[in-house]
Write a protein that binds this ligand. Sequence first.
Ligand code: AMP
Length: 115
Amino acid sequence: MSDSIFTRIIKRELPADIVYEDDDIIAFRDINPQAPTHVLIVPKVEIATVNDIKPEQAELIGNLVLVAQKIALDEGIAEDGFRLVVNCNRHGCQEVFHLHMHLVGGRQLRGISAS
Ligand code: AMP
């Protein structure tokens, strides 16, 4: 199977504005930002969707949130607040099938709707 877009960013085959990286996680600015801060937090291992997370990956998934917390502080949006979003499959409007968490903030967001 060919590498995902995000794996190609991890391998530095595609450019990205990287704001955080460790052995397991990378974070970079979304190419089509929906707010002043819009960062994607991505596990380096290719997990296609939330449906594919294994119990032994629970620590890794938790660490995505801790990285989001750190980036929100670095971006100066922690106190005002922000949103973390993980889309899954068609009904969730997932476009890139390499698990990622959106960190969105820097402006007043509208209330989340179920529609
Ligand atoms: P999702 O709908 O949750 O799969 O979101 C995928 C996100 O990846 C979208 O917000 C895109 O704008 C973003 N995206 C796609 N390609 C790139 C890229 N090369 N660099 C940064 N963000 C990207």
